[in-house]
Design a protein around this ligand. Structure first.
Ligand code: AMP
Ligand code: MG
Length: 403
């Protein structure tokens, strides 16, 4: 039997034992949100491709307006009007100006734009400028945003709406992404029935199968449902072997502790190599991890709450290693509504609800007996207490995670 590892040791083991699959597929921009970028994206064009005004106003030469004011406006000849979506086909001579809307091209000869608010159109072909311009004022120059060769996005990023915007700006309508990971999901236990079936005496509905599939979908992987397998070593071995042949990873739940009928550990060891049996985390200790080649075989504890947190804390980082993604957690800070004592020696995870009270975010731990799925239903996040911490007092600032 392997020794129990700390969460940090498990994450290090994952880095060491698995490597990115390095597969690439190309998808149209519309299908790219949520996908993992497989290559760095470099621009091949200038953005913007022409010098543009950032305000509505008059394009002019700054030096023609030096020293002007409300009392002594600079009076310039109005020589044109630039339209949106058209280049400026004329140039502006000395002591002249041209009207430009926000985002329009700047005519040759001009080096700044004075906002319309600081001007007065006299209606006789001249415009009064009431505030002096300065070179570069209210302009964005060709290539200010992006120039050819600039890396706009790095591989490993999970693409979000703002990234799609940047890709559109540089004309990338086809995006290289990692193919979705196919992850086999197997529930084990003599007591399990599918969620659509009424449980008989001593039976319970399969919670983990649908829940783990949902976690995988949220993550952007493709769950492959292998259903429920009874506690029969031969059947479980066959099913796990089949799943391992056609998936990038397999997640089993149930049957990972030391019970007589608990075969997952043996099977994972036989199919490949057992890497881990036991993580110092509560809930979630009886977790196992193995591999056949670069393919992880993950055995989760059957308790749905434990299974949930082990997927969040360890299985998803492992899958991220396979598809080369950069994990980016964005915890929110909240004050604990009540003190929370922890299990000395094991990292502890607790679900919590979040609420805004008197202008600050307050986290209330969800307390119920271990294994009750109602701990998770309706929770807004979870927080983690390190293994060497005995607990947190009321009002302690804590980081609440969800993704
Ligand atoms: P095990 O890890 O097989 O010892 O199971 C521990 C507990 O989790 C037992 O109460 C099981 O009934 C329960 N359990 C195991 N698998 C599931 C599942 N897929 N859905 C709901 N409960 C489960
Ligand atoms: Mg069981």
């Amino acid at each position: 039997m392997l020794e129990v590892k700390t969460p940090e040791e498990v994450l290090r083991l994952i880095e060491k034992a698995f490597h990115p699959l390095g597969r690439i597929e190309t998808v149209p921009l519309a299908e790219a949100p949520g996908r993992v970028l497989a290559e760095d994206i470099r621009a091949e064009e200038f953005v913007p491709d022409f010098d543009r005004s950032t305000v509505d106003g008059y394009a002019l030469r700054a030096k023609d307006t030096f020293g002007c004011s409300d009392a002594v406006p600079a009076v310039l000849n109005l020589v044109g009007d630039v339209r949106m979506g058209e280049g400026a086909a004329f140039s502006v001579p000395r002591d002249s100006c041209a009207y430009v809307p926000t985002g329009a091209a700047i005519p040759a000869g001009c080096d700044c734009v004075v906002m319309i608010e600081y001007t007065e159109d006299y209606g006789d072909g001249t415009v009064g400028i009431l505030r002096p311009g300065a070179p570069g004022m209210n302009l964005i120059f060709r290539g200010d945003d992006v120039h050819p060769g600039k890396t706009v996005l790095r591989s490993g990023r999970v693409l979000e709406a703002q990234d799609i915007g940047a890709l559109a700006a540089i004309g990338k309508t086809e995006v290289p992404v990692c193919p979705r990971l196919r992850v086999g999901v197997i529930s084990t236990g003599d007591e399990l029935v599918p969620a659509g079936q009424k449980p008989g005496p001593g039976q319970v509905r399969d919670v983990n199968g649908p829940m783990i599939s949902a976690l995988l979908r949220e993550f952007g992987a493709e769950p492959i449902d292998y259903g429920i397998v009874v506690d029969d070593e031969k059947l479980l071995r066959e099913k796990t072997g089949t799943a391992a042949e056609s998936c990038d990873a397999v997640i089993l739940s149930g049957g990972t502790s030391a019970g007589v009928r608990d075969a997952a550990c043996q099977i994972i060891g036989d199919l490949g190599e057992l890497l881990l049996h036991g993580i110092a985390v509560k809930p979630g200790k009886p977790t196992i991890l193995g591999r056949t080649g670069n393919r992880p075989l993950i055995g989760l504890p059957g308790h749905p709450v434990a299974a949930f947190f082990v997927v969040k804390l360890f299985a998803l980082p492992l899958l991220a290693r396979l598809d080369g993604r950069t994990m980016c957690s964005r915890p929110v800070h909240a004050a604990l509504s009540e003190s929370f004592s922890a299990n000395h020696g094991r990292m502890q995870v607790s679900a919590c609800s979040l609420e805004e009270k008197d202008g600050r975010l307050v986290a209330t731990p969800v307390r119920s007996k271990s294994g009750l799925i109602t701990q998770l239903a309706g929770a807004d996040g979870y927080f983690v207490i390190d293994r060497d911490c005995e607990g947190l007092p009321k009002d302690a600032e804590t980081e609440v995670y969800w993704h």
